[in-house]
Write a protein that binds this ligand. Sequence first.
Ligand code: AMP
Length: 140
Amino acid sequence: MSYDPDNIFAKILRGEIPSAQVYEDDDTLVFMDIMPRADGHCLVIPKTPCRNLLDASPEQLLAVMNTTQRMGHAVMAAFGAQGVTIQQFNEAAGGQEVFHLHFHVLPRHEGQRLRPPGNMEDSDVIAANADKIRAALAQV
Ligand code: AMP
């Protein structure tokens, strides 16, 4: 399977479609999921192309995992969460829908289930949650 440079996250990286970005460094970008399964659900991606975990280089994995850990702390602080779920899917059979490596970061609260997938969130709510994460990032 080869990398499709027209996947939606590649377009976000090129600035061709909008996203609510919360963090960026030389190697990674983090933006809000438009169909969040929890308030604060965001996605960590490498800036360089790879489909998923199966073709990622050690350098891409290292960069993405470091940012994922950082975002875990940030979303827990931002939403007063007691835990964080990290999800990552590989190929269609593995549940992957967008074929640019990404890690889902989901703040979790005791006894609260994830919302079902596939529901678009209001852009104002996403923007407000992105603000909370940016504020928390300044503290962690
Ligand atoms: P998956 O490939 O199964 O890990 O799922 C892709 C994720 O990307 C889903 O959670 C979608 O809600 C999310 N998503 C799809 N398009 C966008 C977009 N334009 N901006 C932000 N998130 C997106």
